[in-house]
Design a protein around this ligand. Structure first.
Ligand code: NAI
Ligand code: 15L
Length: 273
């Protein structure tokens, strides 16, 4: 967790969706430092609201619930939705209907800035020997990546038509430390995630911008040149974990699609199970 900001950004009410999830639980106490009221939502239990928190259980596919959820909100950090490869119907509800419901609600309630947790799986079928920038065409590695590509298009359309600004963060792998060789390239520390989300919330003008969410890793497959205006500067790096990771995973199978493509195991995950 970063030190409490000297002059905290005072959103009167910030909404965090997906607050019961893995990253949501990590971001809940962190984002509290930047707003007067943090509204938390998820379809799962969120516990009781602490001081300065509001809790609203919401299913993203329920349009009326989502419209109510965005009432009185200044900005949104949208982590909610399906986060792995799943059967299409599940993805359809959380990531397709949910995304349109969120933006329609933002339009109706006058919310003007959203930070969208997109994913590196939008471009998961680029190879690990390629460097991808944010203007190259998507190459989703499954239904999940496809739904995040759709989400980015929703964000673009609501910027073009309704002037709702979004930063779509194509998060790599946000975990306490990199678990394998792939994550030496994709790793995003929790502190860097906080830095990136805060930069995305506060950059003066973003329109719809896309940025890869990664720490300052020596090995990288992603080029954020076109996102410098967001002002994100990572301060962590997977490099300190490299010796441990390489000792743990001494070799890779170069014929394994998971080692060839950036999406790793997602490129061969079966969505029908
Ligand atoms: P997670 O699966 O732990 O959390 C997602 C949350 O969304 C869950 O609490 C779940 O209950 C909620 N949710 C799912 N469908 C819903 C629905 N229909 N209505 C209401 N709530 C619903 O995922 P995690 O790891 O916390 O990721 C957060 C976001 O960041 C996700 O959107 C994910 O796609 C994205 N992301 C995460 C990465 C990571 O390294 N953890 C990497 C790339 C993207
Ligand atoms: C994601 O999009 C997933 O939500 C997360 O669970 C990780 O697997 C991550 O990508 C990754 O690519 O490592």
């Amino acid at each position: 967790m970063l030190p409490k900001p000297a002059s905290p950004l005072r959103f009167s009410r910030l909404l965090l969706t997906g607050a019961a999830g893995y990253l949501g639980r990590e971001m809940r106490p962190r984002l509290k430092a930047y707003c007067e009221v943090l509204r938390l939502s998820d379809r799962n239990d969120l516990g009781s609201a602490a001081e300065g928190e509001e809790v609203q259980i919401t299913s993203l596919e329920n349009k009326d619930q989502v419209t109510t959820l965005l009432q009185g909100v200044n900005a949104v950090v949208h982590l909610g939705g399906i986060s792995t490869e799943q059967p299409w119907d599940t993805i359809l509800a959380g990531n397709i209907l949910g995304m349109v419901n969120l933006y329609e609600a933002a339009r109706l309630q006058g919310v003007k800035r959203i930070v969208f947790a997109s994913s590196n799986h939008v471009t998961g079928f680029y190879r690990q020997d390629e460097v991808v920038n944010t203007r190259m065409p998507p190459k989703p590695d499954g239904f999940y990546g496809l739904s995040k590509a759709f989400g980015e298009d929703v964000a673009q359309m609501y910027w073009d038509r309704w002037s709702i600004e979004t930063v779509s963060i194509r998060i790599g792998s946000s975990t306490p430390e990199p678990k394998d060789r792939r994550m030496l390239a994709t790793w995003l520390s929790f502190d860097d995630l906080e830095r990136l989300v805060v930069a995305a919330l506060t950059a003066p003008i973003v329109g719809h911008s896309i940025i890869y969410g990664m720490s300052d890793n020596q090995t990288t497959w992603w080029d954020n040149t076109h996102a410098k205006h967001i002002g994100y500067r990572p301060l962590d790096s997977s490099d300190v974990f490299r010796p441990t990771v390489e000792a743990r995973q001494q070799s890779i199978d170069k014929n394994d699609p998971a080692a060839i493509y950036q999406g790793g195991a997602f490129v061969k995950a079966t969505p029908h199970g």
